[in-house]
Design a protein around this ligand. Structure first.
Ligand code: FMN
Length: 357
């Protein structure tokens, strides 16, 4: 039997009942880092979607690691309780596996939420905070110039990822996904565009990977074996002098050796520009290259909007999972439509059984 979108997949011993994943999507709607009523409503709906896995948005490992002041954060006990309450509520609605994306924004931090003043940089002397990065290079005009992290700060941040992982387990998550893409801190260390350091954390490929690999080592150490460890990784900066797909494949081999359960191959974000052309399924070729080079489950995302597109990606062996972001917001019943189109059995919530086909 050929594998399709509704074939279960095993990640670190946990089965996802299908290969559709709700992509992580920042809501910029928390206070004190804690999930809000908005998160309960938004994630409750998506938990009923029938997807195989629900990713919770980029959650900062420390207050200084936030993108905006409205980001989720998981660094203290109040936040553990708030996340735990959120998960308890969602789990009364659905048994969907839920994983938390954990991140540090680095030089992309201290900005307004996207719908206020166009998400522009906050002044560090007013309501913003000082940002840090691999090197003291601003992302672009109008962005805060970050301070280069010293070794103590790098060590402390490894520790923050470790502590947040422990807290995610306490709160009841089935996994964590470390964010190494979209121009955030770990990507800032990987990419030669943003990393011009002269010490053991900069320069050649291995030095640039050192800090992200230390994070994964620590996270895997404290994450129980049966929990899912994902990495969202940049496939290609698609810029002259940037991170390339060959770098990505090289790092993917190392991440696999460290016990990562799957990789989600993304792109862009290190600068506001990219040479990658946007269009339907625009990142699938990157996932396909990683999948054919490294024996590890690979997820793809990016403008996948129809059941046929999603199913073809899996059927043709281009990726092992497909994440949808905006389409799941536009159509929370996408998985049901996909099941109907592909003549697959779909378990509806009992309460809705008389309402939908
Ligand atoms: C509102 C919004 C918030 C997002 N937040 C995150 C995030 O927290 N973490 C992340 O890795 N990607 C984030 N993304 C990117 C999505 O996960 C996804 O990769 C992207 O939207 C492309 O997929 P799509 O065309 O299916 O939406 C976000 C995208 C949107 C639209």
């Amino acid at each position: 039997m050929t594998t399709n979108l509704f074939t279960p997949i095993n990640l670190s011993g946990q089965y996802l009942k299908n290969r559709l994943v709700v992509a992580p999507m920042c809501q910029y709607s928390s206070s004190n880092g804690e999930p809000s009523a908005w998160h309960r409503r938004h994630l409750g709906t998506l938990a009923l979607s029938g997807a195989g896995m629900l990713m919770i948005e980029s959650t900062a490992v420390s207050m200084k690691g936030r993108i905006s002041s409205k980001d989720l954060v998981l660094e203290n006990d109040d936040q553990v309780i708030a996340f735990s309450n959120l998960l308890k509520e969602i789990k009364t609605l659905s048994d969907i596996p839920i994983s938390l994306q954990i991140s540090h924004a680095g030089r992309k931090g201290s900005v307004n939420v996207p719908w206020e003043k166009n998400g522009t940089s906050l002044d560090k002397y007013q309501s913003g905070w000082e940002t840090v990065s691999a090197s003291s290079i601003a992302r672009d005009k109008g962005w805060q110039k970050p301070r280069q992290m010293n070794i103590d700060e790098i060590n402390k941040t490894v520790n923050d990822f470790e502590l947040t992982t422990k807290k995610a387990c306490l709160a009841g998550f089935q996994g964590v996904e470390v964010h190494m893409a979209h121009g955030y801190l770990l990507h800032q260390f990987l990419s030669p565009i943003s990393n011009k350091r002269k010490d053991q954390f900069g320069g050649d490929f291995l030095n640039r990977c050192r800090f992200p690999l230390q994070v994964i080592e620590k996270v895997r150490e404290v994450l129980p074996r049966e929990k899912i460890l994902g990495v969202r990784l940049t496939g290609d900066d698609c810029l002259n002098g940037g991170w390339t797909i060959n770098d990505c494949i090289r790092l993917a081999h190392k991440l696999k050796t460290l016990g990562v359960s799957y990789l989600c191959i993304s792109s862009g974000g290190i600068l506001p520009i990219t040479k990658l052309k946007f269009g339907p399924c625009y990142q699938v070729h990157l996932a396909e290259k990683v999948k054919s080079a490294v024996q590890i489950p690979v997820r793809t995302a990016g403008m996948i909007t129809t059941p046929k597109q999603a199913n073809d990606i899996i059927k043709n062996g281009k990726a092992d999972m497909v994440a949808l972001g905006r389409q799941f917001i536009r159509d929370p019943w996408f998985a049901i439509r996909a099941a109907n189109e592909l003549s697959e059995r779909f378990i509806m919530p009992n309460q809705y059984k008389r309402c939908l086909p």
